[in-house]
Write a protein that binds this ligand. Structure first.
Ligand code: ATP
Ligand code: MG
Length: 545
């Protein structure tokens, strides 16, 4: 992977030079409450690439300290996604594994007089907190003795109170200009089974306490997080300092990635799945990594996209077009270029002998000899795309077939149309053509210029296939204030039934191709030998002007 340069790298270089740290250790800390999406990829790629660059390592840590929303299904999916992107966590940890240690550190805070058990309700705590302009008020329970706090906290742990009856708070400063420092809640009571700990705990640490301690326990040097935590850094440092952890991690924030035409919030993705607006988290229109993979995106395209968008301190919005660009760049030289006809129109070449099939030599990728070559079938009966024929050539810019007009068939011959046949409904059923044997591809024939070059498939050998063509799932329009569920694009998934040349025995799931003039495609997970299904990853050219 090429050099990445960003402000975090500069900090790391400095920290190594000044010996603040001896190596770079990062972590990727997803909450196991959803599938990863392309926005997560920014955090993921950044953490892994930076550590790798400095010869350090990265842990995967499931941030599962909030038992309400977590599920093992997501744990498995996240591990697979990271592997798919080509990264290897040094270790896989769970935040909940540190519950005991976190509890011990908390006892230390209480013993230092820096935490107290509060009986105020959630609403009262909010009321007492004050606002940006007004200082807060001390809780009447703030001055409980250390002994009393130790006992009450122990009772909280034993399950002697109801949810919400008591919380543990840090004792900092109720008039601090940063609201996060006004005696933040450190522990709350929850009687919910934890996906790993079961009923072992009924007190759960808040993120602001748990996260810095987890980083310290794991020896994380640089704890990278997105911008919304900037105002929490002061509390992060307070926890590290007052718990007197042996290791001192540093929190650094970076801007979140947004992509045009793409809504990435977890709530939204879950709603789409639950309301059955999509097939599931791996629907090819979803911005989840499983969705992008099924759609046909490659790990390289995603990584290069993330690296190219750079990393800044502020949130940024990138054109969705850019992701498509990196897919094309990745597949341009790797993919076989085959022929498929998405909307077949029959062509009969009346001067070609009946019952004969010839096999022409065809290279698979003219720009890249290592992609190999194949035999391409040709006969009297072929199919072209319905869009590539009109009765009368409308203007000089029209570079396709028409009556009296000659075109080149990719890798085969020139054909010229002279008549059409109609079905009972008056639609064109077939086009009658002649071909010129002199014009065989590779023969060096250049006496005439054809009116364009089009793809085709040979009728008796081609395989039937379905082609899924996608548009953005949500119609993105600033002015449209309707909820996203009402803005679902009705044309986001179009199915074409057509034909693909019989270029290979089997089309394996996720194998990638360029279908000439149609775009890049992959084989869908539901595809079988008798029912081929291809997903268009991207068209050949950007559709965004
Ligand atoms: P929630 O706020 O619901 O927890 P989240 O998007 O923060 O959602 P996490 O599972 O906590 O989800 O995310 C793991 C990591 O990925 C975090 O460090 C988070 O900052 C980062 N991340 C998530 N979305 C983006 C994004 N769009 N751009 C950059 N980083 C992101
Ligand atoms: Mg989060």
């Amino acid at each position: 992977m090429e050099e990445i340069s960003n402000f975090i790298k500069t900090i790391m270089i400095n920290d190594l030079e000044t010996k603040r740290v001896n190596e770079i250790v990062t972590r990727f800390p997803p909450e196991p409450n959803a599938y990863l999406h392309i926005g997560h990829a920014r955090a993921l790629v950044t953490n892994f690439e930076l550590a790798k660059h400095f010869g350090g390592y990265t842990n995967l840590r499931f941030d599962d300290t909030n038992p309400a929303k977590e599920d093992s299904e997501f744990v498995e999916a996240i591990i697979k996604d990271i592997e798919w992107l080509g990264y290897q966590p040094a270790s896989i940890f769970f935040g909940s594994d540190y519950f005991e240690k976190t509890y011990q550190y908390t006892i230390k805070l209480i013993k230092k007089g820096l935490a107290y058990v509060d009986d105020l309700s959630q609403d009262e705590i909010r009321e007492y907190r004050g606002t940006l302009n007004e200082p807060g008020k001390n809780s009447p329970y703030r001055d409980r003795s250390i002994e009393e706090n130790l006992e009450l906290f122990e009772n909280m742990k034993k399950g002697m109170y109801q949810e919400g009856e008591k919380v543990l708070r840090a004792k900092i400063d109720m008039s601090h200009p940063n609201l996060n420092m006004r005696d933040p809640v450190l522990y709350r009571i929850l009687y919910i089974d934890h996906h790993r700990q079961g009923k072992k705990w009924c007190i759960y640490p808040m993120y602001d306490l748990a996260h810095p301690l987890q980083d310290a326990i794991e020896g994380i040097t640089h704890s990278l997080c997105s911008l919304e935590y900037e105002n929490h850094r002061i509390l992060y440092d307070w926890v590290i300092e007052n718990c007197e952890t042996e290791h001192i991690p540093q929190q650094i924030e970076f801007g979140r990635l947004n992509i045009t035409n793409t809504i990435m919030s977890k709530r939204y993705l879950r709603e789409l799945v639950e309301k059955k607006k999509v097939e599931g988290y791996d629907d090819p229109r979803m911005p989840t990594l499983v969705g992008l993979r099924r759609r046909g995106y490659t790990p390289e395209a995603i990584k290069n996209f993330i690296l190219a968008t750079g990393l800044s301190r502020i949130n940024s919005t990138v054109e969705s077009d850019m992701l498509e660009h990196f897919l094309r760049e990745d597949l341009k030289l790797k993919a076989k270029r085959l022929m498929a006809v998405l909307d077949p129109l029959k062509i009969v070449i009346t001067n070609y002998p009946e019952g004969e099939v010839e096999y022409l030599d065809a290279v698979n990728n003219v720009e890249s000899p290592e992609v190999g070559s194949r035999k391409l079938a040709f006969s009297r009966n072929i199919y072209i795309d319905r869009n590539d024929f009109v009765l009368e050539k409308p203007n000089k810019h029209y570079k396709r077939l028409a009556l009296g007009v000659e075109v080149r068939l990719f890798n085969a011959y020139f054909i010229k149309a002279y008549d059409v046949k109609y079905d009972s409904k008056g639609n064109i059923k077939e086009v009658l053509c002649t071909y010129d044997p002199e014009t065989k591809s590779g023969s060096g024939f250049n006496a005439r210029k054809p009116n364009g070059t089009i793809q085709f498939v040979e009728a008796t050998t081609a395989k039937k296939a379905k082609f899924n063509l996608f548009e953005p799932l949500i119609i993105d329009n600033e002015a449209d204030k309707r909820s996203f569920l009402e803005r679902i694009n009705p044309n986001s998934w179009n199915i074409k039934e057509g034909l693909v040349e019989n270029a290979q025995e089997k089309f394996e799931e996720l194998e990638k191709f360029q279908f000439i003039r149609e775009g890049y495609f992959t084989v869908d997970k539901n595809s079988t030998d008798n029912n081929l299904i291809f997903n268009r990853i991207v068209p050949l050219k950007s559709s965004v002007k």
